[in-house]
Ligand binder design. Structure first.
Ligand code: SAJ
Length: 437
């Protein structure tokens, strides 16, 4: 298949880098987003997604004329759907007394509906959004077939998940292996011909439902593994064992690789995707569901530990929370466990001051966020490390001691060296640190 024109629906964290990478590789790309603010930002030469290298790529695409943007699709040879699939805020499922989150597929549905009128014989449609198994076949295909064309015989249809890591999206889009699942073999091959315009990693062809499952399995695997690390941290706490030392020793075993415990699992992928399996097969997903509940309860466990550190007297205490992002070295606050811990502390009466070096102007209701590290810690009764940002891990406790009067610190991510902080006069409590409160 030869592709000249591509239409990308959804210009978010994945759609925008994908559209501009296709444009940089000589295709005529039309990007679509229903959010007028996104369109005006892009048309004014800006970007709404912070990602290294993206601004230059988008500017180059627009200046070259290869990348156009609007709120409605245009006729193309290939259509890519890259819209969000979060979970519903106002509804839950339940099985055997356990609740689970439900996928919000409305954006996929309306994006598919928006391209159906443009569909022509020989076109390719690719769904990239993370989706429950069979979405391509059961949700996307019937909507497209309302055009009067039949998937397989008249147009190609495939599912191809993105697997890029925020912060490295541009590089990973090109270099990572890419899975393309077709509703039939010609559709998978059509997808390969499209992505081969820029993908340098291996392109693996399979069927659509396998590709959907692969994506969910990757993130679920990580969630379950973080879940066991978090559970270990609780057990270690009870038995006075330092979890960080225990993990270090266990990981010397050649077949063991325990991940890091922390304040919980955040972001818009790992804390969401496993629920798609649970919703699709609640009777088969006991472990996946349990891991989700363990990770979702971790902010509360951390909160309780901090509460105990302050003698169960949070009212009026000044707490500096260091880091609000969902993980180290990114500016993304979505589904952030750090924010959840901060809110729990605030709701218990503490006076919380947040500092997030990657987003100094973050706005969190009820929490004062300061643009200055010094300001955050000056009058604090307790310093809490919530995100292992590099600049926090590299802090010199002797210098910190000069900026604050408190000598009490709590580390939820294993980022601070207990000996150095103790030598600098701090009492450092760590999550799973084996300290008895
Ligand atoms: N976390 C821990 N302990 C760890 C590792 C991570 O608590 O040992 C926490 C992080 O702090 C964060 C959350 O888990 O809150 C998720 O972070 P992450 O770095 O594991 O993953 P994401 O959400 O940034 O990106 C994941 C990646 N998937 C896998 O590694 C299997 C990425 O490749 C996917 O493209 C992305 O999800 C996605 O878009 O689905």
């Amino acid at each position: 298949m030869q592709y000249k024109k591509v239409c990308v629906i959804g210009l978010g964290y994945i759609g925008l880098p994908t559209a501009s990478t296709f444009a940089a590789n000589g295709l005529q790309v039309h990007g679509v987003d229903i959010n007028p603010n996104v369109i005006s930002t892009l048309k004014n030469g800006g970007i709404h997604v912070i990602e290294p290298g993206l601004q230059a790529l988008v500017t180059r695409g627009i200046d070259s004329g290869n990348l156009t943007i609007s709120e409605t699709p245009r006729p193309a040879d290939a259509y890519i759907i890259a819209v969000p699939t979060p979970f519903l805020d106002d509804a839950q499922g339940s099985f055997n007394g356990h609740t689970y989150r439900l996928a919000d597929m409305r954006a996929v549905k309306s994006a598919t509906e928006s391209i159906a009128p443009y569909l022509q014989k020989g076109n390719l449609v690719v769904l990239e959004s993370t989706s429950p198994p069979r979405t391509t076949i059961d949700l996307v295909c019937p909507i497209l077939e309302r055009s009067g064309f039949t998937a397989g015989s008249d147009f190609f249809l495939a599912y191809s998940p993105e697997r890029v890591l925020p912060g490295k999206i541009i590089q990973e889009l090109i270099e990572n292996a890419r899975v393309i699942g077709g509703i039939d073999q010609p559709s998978a091959e059509a997808g390969r011909d499209l992505y081969a315009h820029f993908v340098k990693g291996e392109i693996i062809l399979t069927d659509a439902t396998t590709a959907e499952m692969v994506k969910l399995m990757e993130n679920t695997y990580r969630d379950v593994n973080i879940g066991i690390a978090n559970e270990f941290s609780k057990i270690a706490q009870r038995f006075g064992v330092d979890i960080w030392e225990a993990i270090l020793i266990a990981n010397l075993h050649p077949r063991v690789k325990i991940l890091n415990p922390g304040p919980g699992v955040g972001g818009h992928c790992i804390s969401v995707d496993p629920w798609f399996f649970v919703e699709a097969a609640p009777d088969l997903t006991e472990l996946i569901s349990a891991a989700r509940h363990v990770n979702d309860s971790q902010p509360h466990f951390v909160f309780e530990m901090i509460n105990a550190t302050l003698g169960n007297e949070l009212d009026g205490k000044h707490i500096a929370v260091l880091g609000l992002a969902f993980k180290p070295d990114v500016d993304d606050l979505r589904e952030s466990p750090a924010i959840e811990v901060a809110k729990l502390l605030k709701n218990a009466g503490a006076n919380v001051i947040g500092y997030e070096p990657y987003k100094i102007d973050a706005e969190i209701p009820g929490i004062r966020v300061t643009a200055s590290f010094e300001d955050a810690i000056a009058d604090a009764d307790l310093l809490v490390l919530l995100v292992g940002h590099r600049q926090f891990k590299e802090l010199d406790p002797l210098k910190v001691g000069k900026l604050t009067s408190t000598r009490l610190a709590f580390d939820t991510v294993g980022g601070w060296d207990i000996q150095a902080w103790t030598a600098a006069g701090f009492k450092l409590i760590r999550l799973g640190g084996g300290n008895h409160n």
